[in-house]
Ligand binder design. Sequence first.
Ligand code: CP
Length: 386
Amino acid sequence: MLGTIEEEPAQLLTSQRVAQLNRGDKPFHVILSQQFSREGIEQLCRLSEMVRRINDDREGSQFLRGTLSHKRAMLYFIQPSTRTFLSFSAACQVLGIPYNEVRNPSTSSEVKGETEDDTVRVLSQYFDLIIMRHPVEGFAERMALMLNGMRRPLPIINGGSGKDQHPTQALLDIYTLYRCFSPRGAERGAATRGSERGAVPRASDRGIPPRFPENFFSGKTIAFVGDLKRGRTVRSLAYLLCRYPGVRMLFVAPPELMIGDDILEYVTRYGIEYEIRHDLRPVIGECNAVYMTRLQDEWDVAGESKSIDYGRYHITREMSGDFKPDLAILHPLPRRHEIDPSLDALPHAKYWEQVRNGMWMRASIIATIFGVDTAITDHYHSYYAH
Ligand code: CP
């Protein structure tokens, strides 16, 4: 039977897992990238454009703060985080949602022997939404199924689950690429090309955010670089990119840290062209986007990362002569040495924009879960679409 907590979610078909997390064709919980259709991704990107524009003036920000001021959120982050935690808390503020946090379980009654499951059951009584980061793969999904079976089901958003998935990061990554590659973003890039500002939109932008072109990502080469085996952001973004036929993926990693076979099987099933490479230098000139990642040595069992030469997975100033004009350099952050800081000033560097985009995307995800996306879209059309 579906929906009982005794089941191991990973043993179910993806479609069965998605059915338990969605309400109809809309996500209720946000746990897996596979929950998002191309249409759903696009709606979130365009809603993010509207939220950022509406929030830009006093009346607009007051409107947004009124949309969900009757809800309360818990940020249950028991694994370290800067960006995900802060952008979700900022997103709650944008939507007027009061929130509380648990970041250190040693301050909770878990030290008295309360299980994590009971802790989440207790949180579910006080709040309307739980956003969680947890070191164990599948924990967020298991909690979502557990809450489905309770009298007062409430949504769970996965802010990073073990080495497995980080779907809201992947959505903000796609949103960043949308802003880089959409006609409007390309215009902005052209307008600012040669400056150090990059394709940053003006707050005064008006008009309806453009739809993704039909062939969006077609013919684009996206390289994933670094520790792909243990990088949950890479896994979640690879799943989302499979919604775009014609995209080409390069997986550039040391053999020991190559992307998992499960992702390669998924990519193959969707007919996406990909290549495995072990050195960034020879392929940098082919890329429209590079997705850099750091060594994820917090997952080492016995210091095995120490023997890996990570230098071939750095992007350097010396490579910049080979960059395509539209190359977008992304990184979920934090970075160590894999992006030369002197590249930060180039228009190709999109990782600081990713950070800000995360706040708008996460506000859009929460708004969509609670069904106020239509009210926000209507407000945008009334005030800013002409
Ligand atoms: N990108 C990301 O997940 O960053 P944090 O670990 O700081 O949340």
